[in-house]
Design a protein around this ligand. Structure first.
Ligand code: AMP
Ligand code: MG
Length: 273
């Protein structure tokens, strides 16, 4: 079992990312053990997803944030494969277009959130509005600094209305990012993933670290907690996130609704007697 408590940020904690090791194995003994754990978690998650869908009482939102190459796409591929796709929605949020900018910053996120019964995965999210936006001064400080409060209130409202929110920061080291960018240059099958922006953004690592620390410090709540996921090793990342997802579903404890109570009649109708 992975100790998720130690990577879940307790509300009110001043977070320093230095104290979290991106290379950590999260207490898992080996890669084989990690892969096996993730597979076992996925099987249990599938069963609970089926109940979540049938019950239609709650939605679940998994927020993924991290530096470029941290593994947000890989997580979606590995951790959610095997779930019933009908009940999963995945949205990636890039730079907002003009129409999105003409609304408030939460509107495009709210618009894509899953209905009850579904699992929604946000590959980047409203948090970019206090990350990229803060790092690049896209709006004045008084504008971004009040957004932490908006975000907490928004997530509180969603929770009150039946959406469970879990948030994962995929924590990699700058050395690991460089290695992954190098792979993207060297492996023809990965070239398409490259963009100048990745190299440009890398220069802002310290500013992003400050911005992420502010998010983790100010926006981890009991109802929508942040987790700092060690992500230098992909198998650790997958095992940890599969555990966080499973734990969230276990906590929601979805149940199949009752079927029709005249099963005998239906048996007769189907000539099953
Ligand atoms: P990628 O995930 O590689 O497609 O990159 C998407 C880019 O969009 C990243 O550089 C993000 O920082 C940027 N982005 C996402 N949301 C916002 C936002 N609200 N404001 C500014 N930039 C954003
Ligand atoms: Mg990118």
């Amino acid at each position: 079992m992975i100790d998720i408590d130690s990577i879940r940020i307790k509300p009110g904690t001043e977070v320093s990312l230095d104290t979290f090791d991106p290379q950590s194995k999260a207490g898992i003994s080996s890669k084989d053990a990690g892969v096996e754990l993730a597979e076992g978690n996925l099987e249990k998650t599938e069963e609970l997803q089926s109940k979540l869908w049938a019950e239609k009482k709650h939605a679940l939102v998994l927020v993924l944030q991290g530096m470029d190459t941290a593994g947000k796409d890989g997580t979606i591929r590995k951790v959610l494969s095997g779930l019933n796709p009908t009940g999963v929605v995945v949205w990636s949020f890039g730079k907002p277009n003009q129409e999105e900018l003409d609304h408030d910053y939460l509107q495009r996120i709210h618009d894509k959130l899953p209905q009850r019964g579904r699992i929604g995965v946000l590959n980047r999210s409203h948090y970019e509005d206090v990350l990229a936006v803060r790092v690049h001064d896209l709006v004045p400080e008084p504008t971004w600094s009040r957004r932490y409060r908006h975000i907490n209130e928004f997530e509180r409202m969603l929770t009150d209305e039946g959406t469970k929110i879990i948030k994962c920061f995929l924590h990699i080291s700058p050395e690991e990012q460089l290695e992954r960018l190098r792979e993207r240059i060297e492996e023809p099958g990965k070239n398409w993933k490259l963009s100048d922006a990745d190299f440009h953004e890398r220069k802002f690592w310290p500013a992003y670290t400050d911005a992420f620390e502010a998010v983790l410090t100010r926006c981890s709540t009991d109802h929508a907690p942040w987790h700092v996921v060690p992500a230098n090793r992909k198998w650790v990342r997958n095992a940890v996130i599969s555990q966080i997802l499973l734990d969230a579903l276990v906590e929601l404890d979805p149940q199949y609704p009752e079927g029709p109570n005249d099963l005998d009649e239906l048996r007769q109708l189907a000539d099953l007697d």
